[in-house]
Write a protein that binds this ligand. Structure first.
Ligand SMILES: [Zn+2]
Length: 158
């Protein structure tokens, strides 16, 4: 089809035959890279503080979602926090049954205002309660890759 031809039938545009050359580079962004590097290199979880809103973002943001201020103050938060919500997954991303159910939890770390989502393990799903205390379990330093999975999972405290 030439550039001056008009599509008279939309069904003609539903198929593309051949290859499309595509390149991409995905980064975690400015805040995400520092957040993940601190976890990998120092085992620290950092957030960013908006003083005006008195709000600590974890994962960190470089702009406040509430007042749009640029955030430059980084603050460490605890490895411990509480379960705000959770869900139990029984299938994988392809719809295949998981060998064991996996729990994803929304966790509010002590010192943070926002919450992050991560795996919750070392507990049966029926025993999880809202507000229960959990802690981060870090992978050994030599196995960390600069991924959120450098925190292997969270587990109940004690
Ligand atoms: Zn703000």
């Amino acid at each position: 089809m030439g550039i001056l031809e008009k599509v008279a039938d939309n069904r003609e545009t539903k198929a593309w035959y051949g290859d499309i050359p595509v390149q991409h580079l995905y980064t975690a962004g400015v805040a995400g890279e520092r957040f993940l590097s601190e976890i990998r290199d120092n085992g620290k979880i950092l957030g960013t503080l908006c003083e005006k809103c008195n709000f600590v973002y974890v994962p960190p943001m470089i702009y406040c979602e509430r007042c749009f201020a640029r955030l430059t103050e980084w603050v460490p938060v605890s490895h411990k926090g509480v379960v705000e919500s959770f869900t139990v997954g029984y299938i994988d991303m392809d719809g295949k049954p998981l060998p064991e159910p996996r729990v994803m939890a929304v966790i509010n770390l002590d010192g943070a205002t926002s919450s992050l989502v991560h795996f919750l393990e070392e507990i049966e799903p029926d025993d999880i309660t809202f507000g229960m205390e959990v802690e981060a379990v870090f992978r050994p330093k030599g196995e960390r890759k600069g991924s959120i999975l450098d925190i292997s999972h969270f587990r109940p405290v004690g």
